[in-house]
Design a protein around this ligand. Sequence first.
Ligand code: INI
Length: 178
Amino acid sequence: MTIMTEKLQPNKISGELTAQGLRFGIIVSRFNSFITERLLAAATDGLERAGAKSKDVDVVHVPGAFELPLIAKKLAATGKYDALITIGCVLRGETTHYDYVCSETARGLQLAQMDTGVPVMFCVLTCDTLEQAIDRAGLKGGNKGFEAALGAIEMAHLSRRIRSEKSKAAASGKKRSK
Ligand code: INI
């Protein structure tokens, strides 16, 4: 006996790539500003080309990458933003300072998004050389700022979508209890 099975067609939940009506915060490190300002320019270009308006994008500068997590968490907690983009550039030096800055920045930013539920894009270059950073800030490797902008838009939509699915499920009593 053959069992006819219908091909499973699951509901797909994905984020659109239009920035209209979304609010973004961009936090930029001044350290290695030669690189970070190029990442910032590409991030704002990405948001603008996707339809974001100036009034919906705030840019905040911090001294170094290590300071990104605290300000990300504070901005996320305002409830004003659909997504945040954090921009930094850490270059390896002669000591272990690099390792501490990289790991604490990444850890802090992940905590900021997990604690607040606001998507936080990690546009922090961690490079051995300046050349590697330049490649990723507009040369051979493209520009990670632009990629971060697209990621922020996608995550903002996805978060809104999941929030509305959650309220729909709650309203229809379908929400499963744990
Ligand atoms: N901050 C950076 O953003 N990039 C670096 O490469 C860097 N290095 O190499 O030291 C750096 N250090 C500063 C750090 O982020 C803090 O601003 C500083 O330690 C004060 O808290």
